[in-house]
Design a protein around this ligand. Structure first.
Ligand code: URA
Length: 238
């Protein structure tokens, strides 16, 4: 539930006028809250809940922008609706914010860092092709890729008739007959990491996005999320 705010602040947030002017309008009887004309100062309202009118016109406050970092679990889709009825990532966010949507996508079977916001402008900026935000993934792949294979992926391979942009790849550890790799790419083509490793004959078994720009997933538990601060947001663009 959003916090209560003073009526004059609400009027200003809705773009009606300044807070000072709002006080005059309230005193002059231009404003109603839940059907009652308000002429006294000190009334508070709950944005999105209280019904406020100005000169008979209903008002809706512009929503404050919010940004969350979610550790997406497997089995969740990053679309806003799913015809097959699978769970959607926004259902994991308990705070009810209208119009919350994921920035970019992660496959159904990929887990890890996913940003959710109601800020369309920021989402567009992050995803614009001119903006080369690095995405870091930990990929458990079948077998042990050779140095030559890794070099080839780093330089670029042809996927769907288009060369992939340079990637940074390193071996994190070996897991029996399989290998845990780190791969950093800034493109976001569909199933790109999976397709890249399949191309060299080492298909991905498990995939997790560990960072978005310099914003690290850290110790965030799967299925949990945290509110991002403005300095967190800046880390996306570093
Ligand atoms: N690359 C993939 O193959 N899958 C993802 O979910 C993200 C990047």
């Amino acid at each position: 539930m959003p916090d209560q705010i003073r009526l004059q602040k609400f009027l200003a947030q809705c773009g009606v006028c300044s807070r000072r002017k709002a006080e005059q309008y309230i005193q002059q009887g231009h404003v109603t809250v839940d059907g009652h004309v308000i002429t006294q100062m000190g009334v508070t309202v709950t944005p999105g809940v209280s019904k406020v009118t100005f000169r008979g016109r209903p008002l809706a406050s512009k929503e404050e922008p919010v940004y969350y970092l979610l550790n997406k679990p497997k089995g969740y889709v990053t679309t806003l609706k799913d015809p097959q009825g699978r769970p959607i990532v926004t259902s994991l966010i308990k705070e009810k914010t209208a119009r919350l949507f994921p920035v970019g996508r992660l496959d159904l079977d990929t887990e890890g860092a996913l940003i959710l916001t109601n800020d369309g402008a920021l989402a567009q900026k992050i995803q614009h092709p001119s903006h080369t935000t690095d995405k870091t993934y930990a990929a458990l792949v079948r077998g042990i890729p050779s140095k030559t294979d890794i070099r080839q992926l780093e330089k670029g391979i042809i996927l769907e008739e288009k060369l992939t942009s340079p990637a940074k790849i390193s071996i994190l550890s070996s897991k029996g007959r399989d290998t845990l790799m780190q791969i950093i790419i800034h493109e976001g083509r569909k199933r790109q990491v999976r397709k890249m490793f399949s191309y060299i004959g080492h298909p991905v078994i498990e995939l997790k996005r560990t960072a978005y720009g310099k914003l690290q997933l850290g110790k965030l538990v799967i299925g949990k999320y945290r509110l991002l601060s403005s300095s967190d947001i800046n880390r996306i663009f570093l």
